[in-house]
Design a protein around this ligand. Structure first.
Ligand code: AGP
Length: 617
């Protein structure tokens, strides 16, 4: 996810762009850049790796001013977060620049074609090819920026918001959207326009915005705004007046980043899946081979070790079920803080997988180095391009969840589960143990998950009511079995880390070996009970709790009379394949933790004693 802003008008363009990027930094902060065109038609480009303040230092040392321009703060997906890879990107002439949010899936084939036509490239990004594609179109078709820009969109595959300008098209911005959001701001001054990937960038200038829809193109000039479909059909759109204040806007209207990120999970899953599965060819594309982890390496592994911390460790526990079931390979899962000190048995026949949202967790990095020192090739599953984990692992599978600001991990967790599912399918195929039917069943269910998430997350009234009832309890027990035992652990962690209530996750079968002594009328028990092979066993566990006056909140995947008669509260999530059920079972647990913490007046996004990334031991 990146931050995009563009401006035409009488204000200081550089100031407008930098201020806009500052309000979009939550969308990505690997690098930043602006391009402005001065009154002589000269293009001034300033870029910097790192945070926006690094770009501001560049601008302070080498100011740039102009009457129109565009800016970008990057959350890297293709290409390391370097200055060279920072947007905006130029064409060969240096007169045309483009900024981009999204992923151009077919950029490599387009890059090869353009290179054969004499274009030279200077970055590793997918975005740069768009600048050259437009330039090539303008040259061969003899058309202007707007016409050429619209024409090349048909060549692109993937999701994208693009904004471009050309020094020979004064005071003109062209933009298009397929996938990520794009808003147009109608300035207070005549002929003043803004484009931005999100409302916060422009809200302090104007509250009148137009939301672009997919496959629409806009041309902005001081003379006015023209919106058409990519096919050239004019589109008439009325402005919307935004009621938010700027702070609310950064959270997209949500009260906290955590709530926003819970609701972003459908998009995060879609983006993590994008371009990685082909149903036709039954292939999984994980960008591992390019980094030295070939199918032969995957085939040669005799066992795997998943190493992580906290929520990422819970993802690893789910990964064990996925990999052992789909790839038929033995998997150990370790806390990184334990793994690094226990002289683990690892060698070239072991395939360690390190899971980390931040890619900077000290214990996980130490686990990585321990495994590498013993000759293993390693896979990272990470949400931040260019983080230490991605630089030191042999290969990385990126979760495209976008920056996760809330300390309590939510969208990164479900994206990690998707990455682990894809890895299990990939290794199962490499080892020749995955049946075609199995592959197709999992992939088809996986594709339905985002819509199922959106459907469930559309209304959390019932969970808010439950939070009202249970907010003052001092202890909770979370129970699950099989692939949902890790979800019991994750639900407990979410509650304790943001509401400060003590909560424990336990395998439901273990309750009779001790925790059942805790059951009384003051202890809420959250039971995760999908209709799977152990449904009856879970139902029996619930009855054991009720027989001791315990309180039961059941999370299940279809209404059931026995459950309604036994549990005190029942939350139903959509049904999916057993191995994918954690992706949906976790949603009510995230929301319940959020609403209870809110009612208890806790700082949901920055809970006490915690940090988003534990970079110390
Ligand atoms: C999860 O909600 C916590 N914030 C924490 O357990 C986190 O998962 C853990 O610190 C690991 O972080 P990482 O994924 O960035 O390595």
């Amino acid at each position: 996810m990146c931050g995009i802003v563009g401006y035409i008008g009488p204000k200081d363009t550089t100031e407008v762009l930098v201020e806009g990027l500052r309000r979009l930094e939550y969308r990505g902060y690997d690098s930043a850049g602006i391009a402005v065109v001065d009154d002589d038609g000269k293009l001034e480009l300033r870029r910097a790796a790192g945070k926006l303040r690094d770009l501001e230092r560049v601008l302070a040392a080498d100011p740039a001013h102009g009457s129109f321009g565009l800016g970008h703060t990057r959350w890297a997906t293709h290409g390391r977060p370097t200055e060279e890879n920072a947007h905006p990107h130029r064409d060969c002439s240096g007169k045309l620049v483009v900024i981009h949010n999204g992923i151009i899936e077919n950029y490599l084939e387009l890059k090869k074609e353009l290179q054969q036509r004499g274009h030279t490239f200077v970055t590793e990004t997918d975005t740069e090819i768009v600048a050259h594609l437009i330039e090539d179109e303008m040259k061969t078709a003899g058309t202007d920026l707007a016409v050429s820009f619209t024409a090349i969109l048909a060549r692109l595959r993937g999701i994208y918001v693009l904004v471009a300008l050309h020094t020979e098209a004064p005071d003109t911005l062209v933009a298009a959207r397929v996938g990520p959001p794009l808003v147009i701001g109608i300035g207070e001054e005549p002929g003043e326009y803004f484009v931005a990937s999100d409302i916060p960038a422009i809200l302090h200038h104007t509250k009148n915005v137009i939301f672009m829809d997919d496959h629409e193109v806009v041309v902005l000039t001081p003379g006015g705004m023209e919106i058409k479909t990519a096919a050239g059909k004019p589109v008439d759109k009325q402005p919307t007046r935004i009621p938010w204040d700027p702070i609310m806007a950064e959270k997209g209207g949500y009260r906290h980043f955590m709530l926003k990120e819970i609701h972003e999970q459908a998009r995060a899953v879609r983006d993590t899946l994008l371009g990685r599965v082909s149903l036709e060819s039954e292939e999984i594309f994980l960008e591992l081979a390019e980094t030295g982890l070939t199918d032969d390496d995957l085939r040669a592994a005799e066992r795997m070790a998943i190493i992580a911390c906290g929520t990422s460790w819970h993802a690893g526990l789910v990964g064990k079920f996925l990999l052992e079931r789909l790839a038929r390979i033995p998997v150990e899962v370790d806390y990184a803080s334990e793994y690094r000190y226990r002289s683990p048995l690892v060698d070239a026949r072991t395939l360690p997988v390190l899971i980390s949202q931040s890619g900077e967790t000290a214990d996980t990095l130490a686990g990585l180095r321990e495994a590498k020192s013993k000759g293993a090739k390693t896979i990272g599953i990470c949400n931040v391009v260019g983080s230490m984990l991605t630089r030191e692992a042999t290969g990385t599978i990126y979760t495209h969840a976008g920056p996760e600001i809330g300390v309590a991990s939510t969208k990164a967790f479900t994206s990690q589960l998707v990455a682990l599912t894809l890895l299990a399918l990939k290794i199962g195929q490499a080892r020749g143990v995955l049946e075609k039917e199995q592959f197709l069943t999992i992939v088809r269910h996986l594709y339905h998950i985002p819509a199922q998430m959106e459907r469930f997350l559309a209304d959390d009234t019932e969970i808010q009511q439950m939070a009202q009832v249970f907010q003052n309890h001092s202890d909770f027990l979370y129970l699950g079995r099989g692939v949902n035992y890790p979800i019991a652990l994750e639900g407990a962690l979410k509650l304790k880390e943001i509401s400060y209530i003590h909560a424990e996750g336990y395998p439901a079968g273990e309750m009779k070996h001790g925790p059942i002594a805790l059951i009384d009328e003051n202890l809420p028990v959250v039971a995760i009970i999908p209709h799977d092979a152990v449904f009856e066993k879970m139902l029996a566990n619930i009855a054991e709790v009720k027989a001791r006056s315990g309180i039961v909140i059941a999370v299940t995947d279809q209404a059931n009379e026995d459950l309604d008669d036994t549990a005190d509260g029942v939350i139903v999530v959509p049904k999916t394949h057993e191995l994918l059920s954690p992706l949906l079972m976790v949603l009510p647990l995230q929301l319940m933790a959020y609403h209870i913490a809110l009612l208890r007046g806790c700082d949901v996004d920055q809970p006490r004693n915690l940090a988003k990334s534990v970079t110390v031991e």
